[in-house]
Design a protein around this ligand. Structure first.
Ligand SMILES: NC(=O)c1ccc[n+]([C@@H]2O[C@H](COP(=O)([O-])OP(=O)(O)OC[C@H]3O[C@@H](n4cnc5c(N)ncnc54)[C@H](O)[C@@H]3O)[C@@H](O)[C@H]2O)c1
Length: 269
């Protein structure tokens, strides 16, 4: 994706945090943004602010964990007749806590939103992306998709699934000679949006600023990057996991405070 001028960009979870910032920044670069969220009122506020700065945007309700809701979204967006160039699967939830003390429903909701929702969105909008001359699928995973995260078992494992899905799809498109659809997997550590309020950031992994990470994501889409891993140390996780004996790797995680970072997670009030 060389530039965003007049490109049609759909962002899930765009009513707050990373999704909202991306929507605002891409609209400034000339994209037409479909702001999708289960919080329609907040999505409409984002759209109003984009429009008042001269940008183009449309607000849509969707609960990505509900297939009927996604089918309606697909038909509402198709009705606009604008097509789609970039799909940003950003909506996500986290419920921290000791595994068995968290209600099962919270664990399962994490998968329904972070995994089922992301796969369903990609499936439903894939035909539109194939019709675009130059399309991108951008999946928000996490650094926790590369490493175990105590007190965030289903969140981390949902992100492992996102990475596995994104990478498999990227390779499948290459195998099938589909050159116009690129897949980017985003793996950041903790970002100060509020989703992980209460967390103690590990050593070497300071809180990322939303503004900075969104710029990296946009740059990554422009370059059709397969992976965006931030901060720098996250790029080393796979290598370290591969070469260090498990006991030492586990010890290093504990030493850096990765294993205990989620102990006091509060999330959004
Ligand atoms: N914040 C971090 O530290 C961090 C780190 C790594 C990855 N991520 C990932 O980045 C993405 C965005 O995170 P954020 O910090 O901006 O979160 P956020 O909580 O600020 O925003 C998430 C948005 O998703 C929406 N949403 C939640 N469930 C939904 C559903 N079922 N259907 C539709 N919309 C729904 C919410 O209403 C909200 O607007 C998530 O996928 C998250 O897992 C975040």
């Amino acid at each position: 994706m060389k530039n965003f001028e007049n490109k049609k960009v759909l962002i899930t979870g765009a009513a707050s945090g990373i999704g909202k910032l991306m929507a605002e920044k891409l609209a400034k670069r000339g994209a037409v943004v479909f702001v999708v969220d289960m919080n329609l009122e907040a999505a409409q506020t984002v759209v109003s602010s984009i429009k008042s700065s001269g940008g183009k945007a449309h607000a849509f309700f969707a609960d990505v964990s509900n297939l009927e809701s996604l089918k309606k979204l697909k038909s509402d967006i198709s009705a606009l007749g604008l097509g789609l160039d970039v799909l940003v699967n950003n909506a996500g939830v986290v419920f921290g806590g000791e595994f068995e003390k968290l209600p099962l429903e919270k664990h399962l909701t994490t998968y329904r939103v972070n995994v089922d929702g992301l796969v369903a969105m990609t499936y439903l909008f894939f035909d539109d992306l194939r019709k675009s001359k130059d399309a991108n699928i951008v999946n928000l995973a996490s650094a926790s998709g590369l490493i175990g995260l105590p007190y965030g078992t289903t969140y981390a494992s949902s992100k492992w699934a996102v990475i596995g899905f994104s990478e498999s799809l990227r390779l499948e498109l290459l195998e099938r000679g589909i050159e116009n659809v690129h897949v980017t997997t985003v793996c950041p550590s903790y970002i100060s949006t509020g989703m992980f309020a209460g967390v103690k950031a590990p050593m070497l992994l300071p809180w990322l600023k939303p503004e900075a990470i969104v710029e990296k994501i946009i740059h990554g889409i422009e370059k059709d990057c397969a992976f965006i891993k931030e901060p720098f140390v996250v790029k080393w996780v796979d290598l370290l996991k591969g070469i260090l004996p498990l006991k030492i790797f586990t010890f290093v995680n504990k030493l850096l405070g990765v294993s205990t970072s989620m102990t006091h997670w509060k999330g959004r009030a």
